[in-house]
Design a protein around this ligand. Structure first.
Ligand SMILES: Cc1cc2nc3c(=O)[nH]c(=O)nc-3n(C[C@H](O)[C@H](O)[C@H](O)COP(=O)(O)OP(=O)(O)OC[C@H]3O[C@@H](n4cnc5c(N)ncnc54)[C@H](O)[C@@H]3O)c2cc1C
Ligand code: SF4
Ligand code: SF4
Length: 386
C-alpha cells in the first residue's frame, strides 16, 4: 500500500480584513503595534495618545476594514498579531517546543529567581532590582544586541511615556523605572532601523513580547529578524493618561510634574519630589483602566526570553522568570560576570502565590467566545461565602 502523503500545512491567507474583524472590532486588540511596525506597505497607522493606542488603516480605497495589498496576498499583519488565531499555542510551540500544561497558569519557564543589579546606580534607578537595565547594558556590552526598544518619556513631561531606542548605558539608565500608562515600545523599531541597528532587544509587557514569537512561528519573514531578545514585564493593566489630571491631581492634589516615582503593590504608591509618600486604593483607579487591557489574559509576559516583575516580599529585587534556553544562557553568564546577584524565588511563598493568582485573574478576562485554548485549566472564581 502506498503510504499517505503528509497533510500540507494550510496556506495562511488572513490579511488586514480578518485582523480588523477578529481582533480590532472585537476588542481583543491590545494596541501593541506589532502589525503597525511590520506592515511592509506602511499602510497601518497608530496614534500614541490618550484614548487611542490602536491601529487603523491609512488607505481608504476599500474602506477602513479592508486592504488592497491584503487582497493581493499580503498577510504580514495577521502573522505579527499576538491576539490573532491560536496565538498562545503558536508562541509556545515556537519558543518552548510544546504547549503549556493545563495548570501552567503563568506560562512555561526554566528558572525562577530573584535578582538585582550589583551596580549601585543601576539598582537605584531600576523599578525593582534594576535587573532589566543591568541586562540591557550587559547584552549591549557582550554583542548580543546593538540596541533595545524601551520606554522613555517626552522631554517636557516626565510621565508621558514614549517608545525609544537605547544603545548605551547612559541611555538605558535614563529610561529605567516603570510608567503605568501604555507605551507601545515596538514603535521604536523604525528609529532603530534609521540608525542602522539590526539586532534588537524588545522590552515590553506581554502583549508586546508575544509578537516576535508569533511572527517567527508564522514565518512573517525578514520583518521579524531584528528581534533577537525579548524581556517581558509582568502586567495586570495600564491606565489612561487621564488618570493624572482626573484622579491624582483633581482628588489628591498630586501634580504629575512633582512626582518622583510610582509603583503598584496592592495599592498605587506615589513618591513626590518634596519627600511625601501617598497611597491610592486600586479600586479608585479602576475606571481609568485602558480599554486595550480589558480582555488581556497575559499577566506573566509568557512569551518572553525572560519575564520580570516586582511581586514578593522584598521591594528591591526583581522577580525573574527565565523562560527560554537563551534566557538561561544570558542570566547564568551575567551571574558569573558579577553583574547581578540572585537567589531562588521559590523560597518567597508570597511571590509564588501571587504569580499564580494574578495570572489566573488575567486569564479570566479572556472572552468565552475567543480562542478556547487560552482559558484551558483556568479555575472558576471561588463563590463568596457570606
Ligand atoms: C505598565 C506596567 C505594569 C506592570 N505591572 C506589574 C505588576 O502588576 N506586577 C509586577 O510584579 N510587575 C509589574 N510590572 C513590572 C515592574 O514594574 C518592573 O518593570 C519589573 O519588575 C522590572 O524591574 P527592574 O527594576 O528590573 O526594571 P528597570 O531596570 O527599572 O527597567 C524597566 C524597563 O521597563 C521599561 N518600561 C517602563 N515603563 C514602561 C511602559 N509603560 N511600557 C513599556 N516599557 C516600560 C523601561 O523603559 C525599562 O527598560 C509592570 C511594569 C509596567 C511597565
Ligand atoms: S493586538 Fe497588536 S498586532 Fe494585533 S491588531 Fe492590535 S496592535 Fe495590531
Ligand atoms: S494588561 Fe498589560 S500585557 Fe495586557 S494588554 Fe494591557 S498592557 Fe498589555
Amino acid at each position: 500500500m502506498t503510504p499517505e502523503a503528509p497533510a500540507k500545512a494550510e496556506r495562511w491567507t488572513a490579511q488586514w480584513k480578518e485582523l480588523y474583524e477578529q481582533v480590532i472590532e472585537t476588542g481583543l486588540c491590545t494596541g501593541c503595534a506589532g502589525c503597525v511596525v511590520t506592515c511592509p506597505h506602511d499602510v497601518i497607522g497608530y496614534e500614541h495618545e490618550e484614548g487611542k493606542y490602536k491601529p487603523f488603516h491609512l488607505e481608504e480605497e476599500l474602506g477602513l476594514s479592508n486592504c488592497i495589498h491584503g487582497e493581493k496576498g499580503c498577510t504580514t499583519c495577521t502573522r505579527a498579531c499576538p491576539r490573532f488565531g491560536s496565538w498562545e499555542s503558536a508562541a509556545n510551540l515556537h519558543l518552548f517546543g510544546r504547549e503549556r500544561k493545563d495548570d501552567e497558569m503563568a506560562g512555561i519557564w526554566e528558572q525562577l529567581l530573584l535578582t538585582r543589579a550589583t551596580d549601585k546606580t543601576t539598582h537605584e534607578k531600576g523599578q525593582d532590582g534594576g535587573f532589566v537595565s543591568a541586562m540591557l547594558v550587559w547584552l549591549l556590552d557582550n554583542g548580543y544586541i546593538d540596541g533595545a526598544l524601551v520606554s522613555g518619556v517626552e522631554h517636557d513631561d516626565a510621565w508621558k511615556a514614549k517608545p525609544v531606542v537605547v544603545r548605551n548605558r547612559d541611555e538605558v539608565l535614563a529610561t529605567a523605572g516603570s510608567r503605568y500608562t501604555y507605551c507601545a515600545n515596538p514603535l521604536a523599531l523604525r528609529d532603530a532601523k534609521e540608525l542602522g541597528l539590526s539586532r534588537l532587544a524588545l522590552v515590553g509587557m506581554g502583549c508586546q513580547t508575544s509578537s516576535p514569537p508569533v511572527m517567527w512561528d508564522r514565518k512573517a519573514g525578514k520583518v521579524s529578524k531584528p528581534f533577537q531578545f525579548t524581556i517581558g514585564l509582568l502586567c495586570s493593566k495600564t491606565f489612561d493618561d487621564a488618570i493624572f489630571p482626573e484622579l491624582f491631581e483633581a482628588k489628591y492634589g498630586l501634580n504629575k510634574q512633582d512626582m518622583l516615582k510610582m509603583n503598584i503593590k496592592g495599592v498605587f504608591q506615589i513618591w513626590m519630589k518634596d519627600g511625601s509618600y501617598h497611597e491610592i486604593d486600586l479600586k479608585e483607579c479602576h475606571q481609568w483602566t485602558r480599554t486595550g487591557c480589558k480582555t488581556c489574559p497575559d499577566f506573566a509576559a509568557e512569551h518572553s526570553d525572560i519575564a520580570t516583575g516586582g511581586i514578593g516580599k522584598d521591594n528591591d529585587w526583581t522577580l525573574t522568570i527565565v523562560r527560554t534556553k537563551l534566557g538561561v544562557e544570558v542570566v547564568e553568564r551575567m551571574i558569573r560576570d558579577g553583574v547581578i546577584e540572585s537567589k531562588p524565588a521559590q523560597d518567597d511563598e508570597v511571590a509564588m502565590k501571587l504569580l499564580r493568582t494574578l495570572s489566573i485573574v488575567s486569564r479570566r478576562r479572556w472572552p468565552e467566545w475567543a480562542e478556547k485554548s487560552v482559558s484551558v485549566g483556568v479555575p472558576p472564581p471561588k463563590k463568596k461565602t457570606t
